[in-house]
Design a protein around this ligand. Structure first.
Ligand code: GLA
Length: 586
């Protein structure tokens, strides 16, 4: 018997009326040493529940290898939630969307071009079953039936926006049930009849996702499901940003008014997001509606708790609204956390990227260019190299475009950039002599996480020609970023730089605290602090600072490393005490 059950218009928890007032926190977007703080702040805002997805792609990075530690130590997160008295909603996918690389589907699985994702295709369902075989045993003790905090589990995610293979939804449900998940199961879909019908599973609670027009959307859910609790499983109170787009803000007043409408209607809610966190490393997703647009590093989401865990305007406004409908702890609202004093970091060591890569052994030799997927490279950058037999002016043509952004070099000199975002396929170049070296540095900017293009290949996607003749004899090599200690840094000479290069500097910290990395004069690349991969930076914006969680710092000397892909006008970085997520959209 599940702990959470439904009546004709609400929930019972252990037989007592219960309204879910939940907020989303993705543990994998927050430094684990900050989980307890964020969960405490969730309770203090008046939430009785938190919700999280599970990213299959990180939990099973290679077939059969389950990772459940560090940033992925979900059992620890669940223990901390329980200690705070919070219930938990789990959304294990397989697909999670979430502005997450490939919507959380593992790259090793979706690199099979024939696989039919999110369907009853046994290649897909078998892989998910094997994952659950490993994932669920350590999680079962955390189900409410076993004394744990988990009161409900979601089947798939907004499936009605993607497909209508009900047998597949049934498979996911049975896969959970047969492995001991006895708690309430639910589906979630955008609040319209078409999506709700395609994405629901008879016998399983339907919930809706929306951020406004509360009465209309609740009515759509009620029309679809005449009886049972009304639940908004994702109440969108902010939004995410794309590189080159505006920074999305939503006023606390309108979001709070809509939350009040939801709660006044007797509905349950999961605020998406309560605390968004960060797309650390290479974890961000992308959208592809009319064109490919990657999601930025920050997942602040304009949420009640900011990216750095400080209560923002919505925290106060939502707490007031919740207090009208449910008990809110009679404890003070948490103050903003301490920040590091502003600090300048002198990046006084550098190592040019391309010469370093030329010194490395290995690499894969192929006749024609192959995709990153075929190389088994799931994230980051690959350098492709060949020689051009003919000298002269001409067009380089990349068949099928590039996935997702290619920097082109002839004899080590930068000659241009192609972007999937612009659907670039050609670049005019001058080849100075026969046998000139052509190098193409390709960045996977993040896998599409919504719609039919999930799993679209990365890297060079087809034949490359110069003056119409195919170039062959390629060497392909991933840029190794796992061990930055191997990078051959030397003292920086000039103050400016115009080739891809690693840059390193150290800075002193007295008392570790959160800080924000600002890179005026730098262009685009990756940043690490003490080996912790903060993620991508790009002067295209909107975000102008990267969040540096206090727990990655230590008293004494700390190290900042950048991989700058283009150019810098200086050798300094700033650590500031204020985030800058960029100008707001209209
Ligand atoms: C949908 C998805 C979420 C997320 C939001 C937008 O509701 O279910 O995972 O992508 O959109 O932030």
């Amino acid at each position: 018997m599940p702990a959470l059950t439904t009546t004709s218009d609400g929930f019972l928890l252990h037989g007592e009326p219960f309204r879910i007032i939940s907020g989303a926190i993705h543990y994998f977007r927050v430094h684990p040493d900050q989980w307890a703080d964020r969960l405490r702040k969730a309770r203090l805002m008046g939430l009785n529940t938190v919700e999280t997805y599970l990213p299959w792609n990180l939990h099973e990075p290679e077939p059969g290898t389950l990772v459940l530690d560090g940033l992925l130590d979900l059992p620890r997160f669940l223990r901390l939630a329980r200690a705070e008295g919070l219930r938990v909603l789990l959304r294990p996918g397989p697909y999670i969307c979430a502005e997450w690389d490939d919507g959380g589907l593992p790259a090793w699985l979706i690199s099979d071009p024939d696989i039919r994702l999110r369907t009853s295709d046994p290649r897909f369902t078998d892989a998910f079953d094997r994952y659950l075989d490993q994932l669920l045993p350590p999680l079962l003790p955390y189900l409410a039936a076993n004394g744990g905090p988990v009161i409900a589990v979601q089947v798939e995610n907004e499936y009605g926006a993607y497909g209508d293979d009900t047998a597949y939804l049934k498979h996911v449900e049975q896969a959970l049930r047969s492995r001991g998940v006895d708690e309430l199961l639910f589906t979630c879909d955008q609040a319209n009849a078409g999506h709700l019908t395609a994405g629901s599973l008879p016998g399983t609670l339907s919930t809706a996702t929306f951020g406004s027009r509360v009465d209309e959307h609740l009515a759509a859910l009620r029309a679809h499901q005449p009886e049972g609790p009304l639940m908004c499983a994702e109440f969108w109170i902010g939004w995410f940003d794309h590189w080159g787009g505006p920074h999305h803000r939503r006023s606390a007043e309108t979001a709070a008014a809509d939350l009040d409408r939801l709660l006044s209607a007797g509905a349950s809610v999961n605020i998406y997001m309560f605390h968004g966190g960060t797309n650390f490393g290479f974890t961000n997703g992308a959208n592809h509606h009319h064109t490919y647009v990657p999601t930025i590093t920050s997942y602040d989401y304009d949420a009640p708790l900011t990216e750095s865990g400080d209560p923002g305007p919505k925290y106060h406004a939502f707490r007031e609204v919740i207090a009208r409908h449910a008990p809110v702890p009679d404890e003070p609202v948490p103050a903003p956390g301490p920040k590091l004093p502003p600090t300048t970091v002198d990046l006084d060591h550098r190592a040019p990227l391309l010469p370093y890569l030329r010194t490395l052994d290995g690499g894969t030799r192929t006749q024609d260019p192959v995709t990153m997927n075929e190389l088994g490279v799931h994230t980051g950058h690959v350098l492709y190299r060949t020689t051009v037999p003919t000298a002269g002016d001409g067009l380089l043509h990349f068949g099928g475009g590039v996935g997702d952004r290619a920097q082109v070099f002839v004899d080590g000199a930068s000659v241009g950039v192609l972007e999937r975002e612009r659907r670039d396929e050609t670049l005019p170049v001058r080849v100075p002599h026969s046998g000139a070296v052509l190098e193409v540095l390709v960045e996977n900017q993040g896998g599409v996480n919504y719609g039919p293009r999930i799993g679209a290949p990365k890297g060079l996607l087809g034949p490359v020609t110069f003056q119409g003749a195919a170039l062959d004899g390629w060497e392909c090599r991933p840029v190794p970023l796992g061990d930055l200690g191997a990078v051959p840094f030397g003292p920086s000479g000039a103050a400016t730089d115009s080739v891809p290069a690693f840059h390193r500097g150290t800075f002193e910290v007295d008392v570790p605290a959160d800080t924000f990395l600002s890179l005026p004069g730098w262009t685009k690349g990756q940043a690490w602090v003490n080996g912790f991969h903060l993620g991508r930076y790009w002067n295209r914006g909107p975000q102008r600072t990267l969040y540096v969680p206090g727990p990655v710092l230590r008293p004494g000397a700390n190290e900042l490393v950048l991989l700058e892909l283009h150019a810098t006008t200086g050798t300094r970085a700033q650590l500031t005490d204020t985030p800058d997520l960029g100008p707001e959209g209209q």
